[in-house]
Design a protein around this ligand. Structure first.
Ligand SMILES: *[C@@H]1O[C@H](CO)[C@@H](O)[C@H](O)[C@H]1NC(C)=O
Ligand SMILES: *[C@@H]1O[C@H](CO)[C@@H](O)[C@H](O)[C@H]1NC(C)=O
Ligand SMILES: *[C@@H]1O[C@H](CO)[C@@H](O)[C@H](O)[C@H]1NC(C)=O
Ligand SMILES: *[C@@H]1O[C@H](CO)[C@@H](O)[C@H](O)[C@H]1NC(C)=O
Ligand SMILES: *[C@@H]1O[C@H](CO)[C@@H](O)[C@H](O)[C@H]1NC(C)=O
Ligand SMILES: *[C@@H]1O[C@H](CO)[C@@H](O)[C@H](O)[C@H]1NC(C)=O
Ligand SMILES: *[C@@H]1O[C@H](CO)[C@@H](O)[C@H](O)[C@H]1NC(C)=O
Length: 342
C-alpha cells in the first residue's frame, strides 16, 4: 500500500508540470519528486520496522503460529531460539522455546504429571534423564547433558523437536541435584531455566508408594514385569494388593527427613524462576494445570494422561501394620497424613 502511494505521488508530480517550462524545470521537478519519494519511503520502512517489533514482542503474551521473517531475536533476550545440530526446526525456527526442569522426588506423581505435560502439542519433557549415573558423575557431564537437552538435540519418545515451545525433563533430588546445586542454580539462572517443583503433601502415602514399588521390582506382580506406572484399573488393583509394613520405629525420623530434604531443595533453588506444585492440588484442582501452562507461556490446552492411580481410598487399606502406624502418628504434626483420603 505504501509503495502504491509513492508511485501515485510521483505520477501526479510528473504529470502536473506546466507545459511551457523547459527541460531544466522538468528536471528540477523530477529531482524534487524523487527526493520526496525517497523520504516517504524511508519513513515507511521505519514504521514497518517498529510494527514488526511490536508484533514480535506480542508473541510473549499471545501465542501465535510460526512467522517467517528473519529471526534475529537478540532484542528479546529471555526467549530462546535453539539451533539444534541434529535437525532443522524448519517452519518453527522462529518460535521461541522456554526451558524448564521438573524437580521432584520419586513417587510424588511426577511421572503422571509429565505425561500430562507431554500431551501438550508443544511440550517435550524428556523424562528422568539423570537416572543414568554417567550423566551426573561430575558437573561437566551434567552441563553437557543440559546443553544437549536445551539445544533440542536430545532424543526421547517425548521429543517433539520442530515445534516445541517448552523443553525440559524431570530431575529427582537424589540424582546429583543436591550435591551440585550451586553450579546448577548458576546454569539455570544464566540460561533462564524455569523450575517446576513437584512435591507430595502426604509423605506417608509417598512412603507406601515407595515401598510397594520397590517390592514390585522383585515380585513383579504384573505377569512377571515390573511397572512403576500403570494404565488400567485392573493393573492398579493388582499392584495395590500388596500392603507394605512400615517401620514404625523410624517412621517419624523418615518423614522428617523427607520434609527437610524438600525444604532444602526449595532453599537452594530459591533464586531461580520457579513455581511450587503439590500432587494433591493437581489432582483436585484442574486450574492448576492451566497455571503451569501459563508459567511456561504455552497456548492453553486440555491435558490428558492415561495413567491410573495405584493406591486409592483410605490409608488404612494400604498398610499392613496400620494399628502401629496410626498409634505412632497420633498427636504428632503428621497426624493429618492418616486421614487424607484420595
Ligand atoms: C505448537 O505446535 C504446533 C504443531 O506442531 C505448531 O503449529 C505451533 O506453531 C506450535 N506453537 C508454538 C507456540 O510453538
Ligand atoms: C534471562 O532473562 C533476563 C530477563 O528476565 C534477561 O535480562 C537475560 O538476558 C536472560 N538471559 C538469557 C541467557 O536469556
Ligand atoms: C566426568 O564424567 C564423565 C563421564 O563419566 C567422564 O568421561 C569425564 O572424564 C569426567 N570429567 C571430569 C572432569 O572428571
Ligand atoms: C496376565 O496374563 C493373563 C493371561 O496370560 C491375562 O489374561 C492378564 O490380562 C494379564 N494381566 C496383566 C495385568 O497383564
Ligand atoms: C485452584 O487453583 C487456582 C490456581 O492455582 C487457585 O486460584 C484456586 O483457588 C484453586 N481452587 C481451589 C478450590 O483450591
Ligand atoms: C477443555 O475442555 C472443556 C470441556 O471438556 C472445554 O469446555 C474447553 O473449551 C476445553 N479447552 C480447550 C482449550 O480446549
Ligand atoms: C487411629 O487410632 C485411634 C485411637 O488410637 C482411633 O480412634 C482412630 O479411629 C484410628 N484411626 C484410623 C483412621 O483408623
Amino acid at each position: 500500500m505504501a509503495e502504491d502511494m509513492i508511485f501515485f505521488n510521483k505520477d501526479t508530480l510528473i504529470i502536473k508540470p506546466p507545459k511551457k517550462s523547459g527541460v531544466l524545470l522538468r528536471t528540477i521537478v523530477l529531482v524534487v519528486s524523487m527526493v520526496c519519494g525517497l523520504y516517504i519511503c524511508s519513513i515507511c520502512i521505519k514504521q514497518s520496522n517498529t510494527y514488526m517489533e511490536t508484533k514480535f514482542l506480542n508473541i510473549e503474551v499471545v501465542e501465535r503460529p510460526c512467522y517467517d521473517y528473519g529471526c534475529d531475536k537478540s532484542r528479546v533476550p529471555y526467549l530462546h531460539y535453539p539451533k539444534p545440530e541434529t535437525f532443522s526446526r524448519a517452519e518453527c525456527a522462529c518460535n521461541p522455546v522456554r526451558f524448564f526442569a521438573i524437580i521432584s522426588m520419586q513417587r510424588s506423581g511426577s511421572g503422571w504429571f509429565e505425561t500430562l505435560l507431554n500431551s501438550h502439542v508443544n511440550v517435550s519433557s524428556n523424562g528422568e534423564i539423570f537416572s543414568v549415573k554417567e550423566r551426573r558423575d561430575n558437573v561437566s557431564s551434567i552441563m553437557d547433558t543440559l546443553d544437549r537437552v536445551y539445544n533440542l538435540d536430545w532424543y526421547s519418545s517425548a521429543s517433539k523437536n520442530h515445534c516445541s515451545a517448552a523443553v525440559g525433563f524431570k530431575w529427582m533430588l537424589n540424582q546429583g541435584l543436591m550435591e551440585h546445586h550451586n553450579e546448577i542454580v548458576e546454569y539455570f539462572n544464566s540460561r533462564n531455566v524455569s523450575v517446576i517443583f513437584l512435591f507430595r503433601r502426604n509423605l506417608l502415602r509417598r512412603m507406601v508408594s515407595v515401598l510397594a514399588n520397590s517390592y514390585d521390582r522383585y515380585a513383579k506382580l504384573l505377569n512377571g514385569t515390573h511397572k512403576s506406572h500403570v494404565h488400567s484399573p485392573a493393573e492398579a488393583e493388582m499392584l495395590s494388593k500388596y500392603k507394605p509394613t512400615i517401620n514404625s520405629a523410624s517412621l517419624m525420623k523418615n518423614l522428617k527427613e523427607m520434609e527437610v530434604t524438600a525444604a532444602k531443595s526449595l532453599e537452594h533453588f530459591r533464586s531461580t524462576r520457579h513455581i511450587i506444585l503439590y500432587y494433591e492440588d493437581l489432582m483436585s484442582n484442574c486450574t492448576k494445570l492451566e497455571e503451569v501452562q501459563e508459567f511456561l507461556k504455552l497456548p492453553l490446552m486440555n491435558l490428558t494422561s492415561r495413567q491410573v492411580k495405584i493406591h486409592k481410598g483410605p490409608m488404612r487399606e494400604h498398610i499392613k501394620n496400620w494399628e502401629d502406624v496410626n498409634k505412632t502418628l497420633q498427636g504428632t504434626t503428621y497426624e493429618s497424613f492418616l486421614h487424607a483420603d484420595y
